[in-house]
Design a protein around this ligand. Structure first.
Ligand code: NAD
Ligand code: UD1
Length: 339
């Protein structure tokens, strides 16, 4: 298939492009590079032997977006482009609603105009809100989001559902990611956050490399086995492979489909730290801090639906994830900024 990958130079997008190419698809990338680097293209070429077509385009620019559809024959869009920093979204909600919602509406308009009605959308477990019963199944109703970023995901899900309902020619796959970490085993592509990381894994790797002094663990009094927060960490390569499997739903004209993408296993913050120390032989100094606003005790997926309907399940375990996260950080101490 000819697949337009929006946000294709980003963390999850770049790994998905590799898996698409490995499976014989033609990936056409689009990104405005606001949170990624063009160097990723060369890295993708190193891994796959193919330099994908790339358009440096902002999805807020309707005209340029339309030109991609004029030039390329596109069968399906995998839509990763968006801003994703939770804290920033609380401080600058307009920026998030404008970029994520208006950008996606522009995309939908261009797709409609060119008769491209197949989309796979990056959603998040955050749409389930705070009152969840674990393991979370897709039947669990959506809840109140705790931040504007989360609301953009929840609202976009609704928009895609309504569009599909109104026009049966649309095939929409909503993929709700749990906590993607890890990196391609080659160490050529991985996660390269701007500034001090908010998420656990990049924070740990930056402590390991000596950029940050110690990890602050947000809360040790949760109702979990060791008191620290439990999450469903998933290797980004597993996540990427799920997108290739999800194309089956597009080929089958399945209408609307929704899947959780997680391993089905919950690991605490201390489990992740211990695994990192054991696998990589590096001590991670940490201290306990107060709970972080908006965090919940436990969040992990039921991954059964993706397995029964797509034949997809995660293959990598937590030790693989911490090994590959560290491998990327070690080989790219300053991220893509080194090249
Ligand atoms: P990322 O920031 O690495 O990738 C997103 C890409 O979108 C970036 O390369 C950025 O430059 C690009 N982008 C942003 N606004 C754009 C615009 N207006 N026009 C064109 N390109 C634009 O993030 P990621 O971790 O790879 O996440 C990919 C998608 O998955 C995002 O939609 C994110 O919200 C979603 N998601 C991520 C996680 C996670 O933990 N990483 C969890 C759940 C959902
Ligand atoms: C966060 C976002 C979520 C988003 C996801 C991916 C919040 C409340 N949730 O999920 O909306 O989809 O990132 O971008 O921000 N932790 C520490 N110390 C740290 C960092 C994290 O103890 O320095 C703990 C957290 O309290 C949590 C776990 O590690 O228990 C995972 O945190 P994180 O990686 O930020 O992911 P989530 O909070 O699950």
């Amino acid at each position: 298939m000819n697949i337009l990958v929006t946000g294709g130079t980003g963390f999850i997008g770049s790994h998905t492009v590799v898996e698409l190419i490995n499976n014989g698809h033609n990936a056409i990338l689009m990104d405005n590079l606001i949170n990624s680097s063009e160097i990723v293209l060369k890295r993708i070429e190193k891994i796959t032997g193919i330099m994908p077509t790339f358009y440096k385009v902002d999805m807020l620019d309707k005209e340029k977006l339309g030109e991609i559809f004029d030039k390329e024959h596109i069968d399906c869009v995998i839509h990763f482009a968006g801003l994703k920093a939770v804290g920033e979204s609380v401080k600058e909600p307009y920026k998030y609603y404008n970029n994520n919602l208006c950008g996606s509406l522009n995309l939908i308009e261009a797709m409609n105009r060119h008769g491209v009605k197949n989309i796979i959308f990056s959603s998040s477990a955050t749409v389930y809100g705070k009152n969840v019963i674990v393991p979370i199944t897709e039947e669990c109703p959506k809840g109140e989001c705790t931040n504007p970023y989360g609301w953009t995901k929840s609202m976009l899900e609704q928009i895609f559902c309504d569009i599909q309902k109104a026009d049966e020619k649309w095939n929409v796959v909503l993929l709700r990611y749990f906590n993607p970490i890890g990196a391609h085993p080659s160490g050529l592509i991985g996660e390269d956050p701007n500034g001090i990381p908010n998420n656990l894994m990049p924070f740990i790797t930056q402590v390991a490399i000596g950029k940050l002094k110690e990890l602050g663990i947000f809360g040790n009094d949760y109702d979990t086995p060791d008191g620290t927060g439990v999450r469903d960490y998933i290797h980004v390569v597993d996540l990427a492979k799920a997108h290739v499997k999800a194309l089956k739903k597009i080929e089958d004209n399945s209408g609307l489909s929704i899947y959780n993408l997680g391993t089905g296993n919950g690991y605490s913050v201390l489990d992740v730290v211990k695994s990192f120390e054991k696998v990589n032989g590096i001590k991670i100094p940490y201290s306990f801090k107060p709970r972080r606003a908006g965090d919940i005790a436990s969040c992990y997926a039921s991954a059964n639906k993706a397995y029964s309907e797509l034949g997809w399940k995660a293959e990598f375990d937590i030790d693989d994830m911490v090994r590959d996260s560290w491998n990327f950080q070690k080989k790219n101490p300053n991220g893509y900024g080194d090249q």
